[in-house]
Design a protein around this ligand. Sequence first.
Ligand code: ADP
Ligand code: MG
Length: 445
Amino acid sequence: MSKDIEIVWREFKTFCSEKILPSDDAIMMYLDTCLPVSLDDGTFVLEVGNPFAREQIKTRFLDKMSAALCEMGLGEKVELVLNDSKPDEEAEKRAANITATSRVSSPKNGLNQNYIFSSFVPGKSNRLALAASLAVADVPGKAYNPLFIWGKVGLGKTHLMHAIGNHILNTKPGTKVLYVSAETFTNDLIRSIRENTQFNFKNYYRENDILMIDDVQFIVNKDTTQEEFFNTFNFLYTAGKQIVLSADSPPRDIKGLEERLVSRFSSGLVTDIQPPDFETRVAILQKKAELKNYSLPEDTIMFIAQNIPSNIRELEGALNRVVACSDFNKEPINTENVSVWLKDMLRLNVNGAVNIGLIQQLVAETFGISIEDLLSQNRSADLALARQVAMYIARNKTNESLQQIGYAFNKKDHTTVIHACKKIEDLLKKDLRVRSFVDNIVNKL
Ligand code: ADP
Ligand code: MG
């Protein structure tokens, strides 16, 4: 980087922090992921290594940033170009070294080094949680404090917490980071009371710059723990230290959590992770396969992603099992074999067909009705339509006979099914709403 461009860049950041920051304080942490490359003829080229940061800058800040460059007097019109950065081997080695050293000096930070941002696949379902985690990792104690991430099990909460810690240790080596489960926190507290070492306990938890406590729903109904948790929280918070928490539900919904903790936990940013959609599941499987050097055919990845709908830990387990089965049986990985190896995990029949029960469930969800209504004799127009859609999909997506489908819908006579299929085929040609219902449900299968 030449001296000039370095100066411009520094000034630019100051300028942005004064002009843009008041309305949007996320910009600084994204700018910190950029390196200025060149500046000539009204074009300012920046390298942004982090794809998420690149997207954020592109969608949220690019206009403001070029306006700021003009205002700084760099030209009447300044175009900003964002480039990928090539991974820098030296820098990576350095980072690895730093991490190794900082681990020696703080061996018990509780972090798993495999959980890092670059192995976390972004998707609609985790976008906000990821953005918030990046922000916290880049400017701990400032962006969102506390950061509270909630979601069902197996969706990536723990991964994000470790990634925050690892990132901070890489970029700010001297920082004191501690990750513990709420269970460990509780056990440590109990032991300290038993052994009369509360003073050590307090020090151990209060001397951190970043304290991350996972699965805080675990501390409910334990009064002493909640009390100590509250004191630790206040101590760190008022000292400007970063706190990151996770739980299986938002603070307000954690039964048995004291009101004062609910309000503390909600005072920063509360963000959730939802089950991943199909595209994200495919991307996660691809990423995990790549990391582990597994090679799987594309259609098999799709097949697994389609049939293990909601939990990333299970997706990973499925992937491992497939590879193990293939090695062990000396058989190729293909969809047919996979459907046998994973049969107890997949949400379909052994013979590979989607089952009618699942279709009914998805149709009921999509139409916002109950399964009982779907299977009832009630002939209201909405219910009739939902029923016909379900029969149509069952006919097209399962190997069940007309008669079996009829039975599954409490119809003695299979002509009802034939009629339903015809009706929906007709509607699909002219009714957008019906088409989108059907597409939607079929996609979910
Ligand atoms: P939680 O703490 O929410 O129960 P974890 O963080 O333990 O879930 O995640 C379960 C597994 O799924 C971990 O192996 C984690 O690496 C993986 N995982 C979750 N979300 C993602 C993601 N978006 N990209 C890659 N792997 C993920
Ligand atoms: Mg977890």
